[in-house]
Ligand binder design. Sequence first.
Ligand code: SF4
Ligand code: SF4
Length: 383
Amino acid sequence: MSVKIDPNLMKDLKAFGMKDANKCMHCGNCTAVCPLSTPENPFPRKIIKYAQMGLKDKILQSPEPWLCYYCGECSDVCPRGADPGEAMMVMRRYLTSCYDWTGFSRKFYTSERFELVAISIVAVLVGLALWIFHGANPDMEHACLNTVWPAPAIEIADIIMGTILAFLLLSNTYRCFLFVMGDLRKKIPLDIYIGQAKELLTHFLTQKSFGKCEDRTQWFVHLMIMTGYCTVFLLVVVFLAGGIHVIGLSWDKIMFQRDVIYPFFHPVRLLGYYATFAILYGTTYAMIGRLKKTKAPYKNSHATDWMFLMLLQLTTLTGILVHFGRLLDWPMITYIIYVIHMMVAIPMLVLEVPFAKWAHLAFRPVVIYLMGVKEKYYQDQKG
Ligand code: SF4
Ligand code: SF4
């Protein structure tokens, strides 16, 4: 079997943030210390070796970058300062761009200017759309968002956005499946895929593998950001985009843009408060960590890491201000902050979900699930 070498691979990876991987002398300390490395899927040394040798195809087929949760234990023990944890993070960026058939992800990750321009264009388009399509008679006595942007129009826009995002993310996830499973995917019976499905949900919801790492704070912070974000996503995108009709609610009871504020102990309001707290806690912890650089995972920050945290935190802060504007019944201030809120939140959704950091939410549990499928298949073959 011939092996294809890509002599420019390391140069390419540098564009995704690779710095010190060439210092690796293959002592194996990192793999020995990694709590998530297994004899079947050893890492991170193997992946660094692939990168040094230009084995692009091997990297494309590798599940290992998705099995790493970036606890940084490997980087702490590396005698050469090769930062293997960061190398795994770079691989996730690189693989995300390889799975993405549009080519957008590659540009987003490799050009800070492109990233800034893309976010700015989407933000300006959102602002313009809210300006052009605002209602004819906005209520200027009470903070009443539905008089400025009627709920049915917002829901239609949300359904269109949700459908496009789902299509992009699912098609990229399917490409991830093709790369990781290769020809083996055709040999594995469907009942094994179905039988392992609960593992997919468990890993998605609990990130339980991360719990094996020594630094439990990192796992907790990761879990807070993930659950906070997923709660908001569920409330805004899923419930708003058609969910309200499935459960038989009408426009005036719409989940997201609803002018009657829920009572304090209503589940939707409590979930909103949980998401706000979880995201603010997680993003603040990560931002302080990146500024102080005290832990290995925070020592090397890529521009997209900062952009992701800033968009998430700004979305949450402007969301809090909109909430207070409505509670205090200040119409004009509420409407202005709402526009700013949407100009931050929508670029984050549109660009991060299918093309960047939020795509990890799909790829990682899917790959962990597929490794379980493979393991079960091989066990059945032996038994
Ligand atoms: S510990 Fe450092 S030098 Fe040793 S194999 Fe890992 S990355 Fe290479
Ligand atoms: S960062 Fe943690 S999980 Fe990732 S390879 Fe290093 S030790 Fe393993």
